[in-house]
Write a protein that binds this ligand. Structure first.
Ligand SMILES: Nc1nc2c(ncn2[C@@H]2O[C@H](COP(=O)(O)OP(=O)(O)OP(=O)(O)O)[C@@H](O)[C@H]2O)c(=O)[nH]1
Length: 285
C-alpha cells in the first residue's frame, strides 16, 4: 500500500506590537481567527491557526506583541509562557514593519535566537513602501545582521508574496503525522463558541426574517480582572435592509438578542460577560 508521507510543524509568529502578525495569520488561515486592529496589543492571548493542505499541516501560533518597560526597555511580556512556545517551535516567523529594524527588534531577535530554531524574517507592509529600491539593500543588511534562514518581503493586507511564504514554510516541515483533522482551523474554541451563540440567537429571534447569509465576527475580546470578559461582536449583513431587520423597531430586537446571547455566553464560559453587538454592512463582498 502506498501511504503518502505526511509533514507537520509548529510555527510561531513573533514581533513587536502592530507589525501585522494577526493580519498575517488570518490571511494564512483564510478566516479571521485573530483580531486585527490599529490599536496596539489587540491580541491578548496566543491564537492558534491550523492550515492543512494535502500532506502538509502547519500549526501557527500568533503571539501578543511584546511590551517594553518604558523606563529600561526590558521586555515585560509573560516571558515563561512565551519562551516555552518558542522552544517547542519548528520555525519562527519574525515580523517587522517595512524597512525598519529598531533596537527593540534587536532585543527580541537576540532573545529568540538563543534557542537555535530557524527564523524567517518577514518584512511586512511592503505595499506602504513607495520606493521599492530600498528593499534589496535592507534585505542585505538584515541578512548580515541576523543570519536568518530566509528574508521575505510581503504585504499580509494585500496578499502579496503569501504563496511564496507558504512554499518556503512547507520546506521546513518535518516528517510528522498530522495533529489536527483537515478542516480544523483553530484551537481557540472560545472565539467560535461566542460567535456561534450569537448566531444561534439571531436564528432563534429572526427565524424566516433572517437574511440567509449572516456572519458574526468577534472584533474585540479582552479578559479583565475578576473573571470578566469584554466582547465586541460584529453582525455582518449584505444589504442595509437586513441591518434594519436585525436592529428592529427602536433597537428592540438587537437588544433582546444581546441580552440572551450574553446570558448564554456567561453560562458557557462561566465568566461575567460585557457584550456589545454591532450590525454592519459587509464591505468585503
Ligand atoms: N498597509 C498595510 N497595513 C497592514 C498590513 N498588515 C497589517 N496591517 C495593519 O497594521 C495594523 C496592525 O495589524 P495587526 O495584525 O493587528 O498587528 P499585530 O502585530 O497582530 O498587533 P498586536 O495585536 O498589537 O501585537 C492594522 O491596522 C492592520 O490592518 C500590510 O501588509 N499592509
Amino acid at each position: 500500500m502506498n501511504i503518502k508521507q505526511k509533514y507537520c510543524g509548529w510555527i510561531t509568529i513573533i514581533g513587536k506590537s502592530n507589525v501585522g502578525k494577526s493580519t498575517l495569520l488570518n490571511k494564512i488561515i483564510g478566516k479571521k481567527i485573530s483580531i486585527v486592529s490599529r490599536k496596539k496589543n489587540t491580541t491578548q492571548t496566543h491564537i492558534t491557526g491550523i492550515n492543512t493542505k494535502k500532506y502538509y499541516q502547519c500549526i501557527y501560533t500568533d503571539t501578543p506583541g511584546f511590551i517594553f518597560n518604558k523606563k529600561n526597555d526590558k521586555i515585560e511580556y509573560k516571558k515563561n509562557i512565551f519562551f516555552n512556545i518558542v522552544k517547542n517551535s519548528t520555525l519562527i516567523m519574525f515580523v517587522i514593519d517595512q524597512v525598519s529594524w529598531t533596537e527593540k527588534d534587536n532585543i527580541i531577535f537576540n532573545k529568540i535566537k538563543k534557542n537555535g530554531i530557524p527564523v524567517i524574517i518577514i518584512i511586512n507592509k511592503i505595499d506602504k513602501i513607495s520606493n521599492k529600491n530600498i528593499l534589496l539593500p535592507f534585505i542585505d543588511f538584515i541578512k548580515k545582521k541576523t543570519q536568518a534562514i530566509e528574508i521575505i518581503p510581503i504585504s499580509a493586507k494585500k496578499t502579496k508574496n503569501m504563496m511564496l511564504l507558504y512554499n518556503i514554510v512547507k520546506n521546513y516541515l518535518p516528517k510528522n503525522p498530522h495533529v489536527y483533522p483537515e478542516n480544523h482551523i483553530t484551537t481557540n474554541s472560545q472565539f467560535f463558541t461566542i460567535s456561534e451563540i450569537i448566531r444561534e440567537q439571531l436564528i432563534l429571534f429572526l427565524g424566516d426574517e433572517l437574511p440567509s447569509i449572516v456572519k458574526v465576527e468577534i472584533e474585540y475580546l479582552k479578559e479583565i480582572e475578576n473573571n470578566q470578559l469584554h466582547i465586541r461582536a460584529l453582525i455582518l449583513v449584505i444589504h442595509s435592509r437586513q441591518k434594519k431587520i436585525i436592529i428592529g423597531h427602536n433597537g428592540e430586537k438587537i437588544k433582546k438578542i444581546s441580552i440572551i446571547s450574553r446570558y448564554k455566553i456567561e453560562k458557557e464560559l462561566h465568566k461575567k460577560i460585557h457584550l456589545l453587538l454591532w450590525v454592519k454592512k459587509d464591505t468585503s463582498k
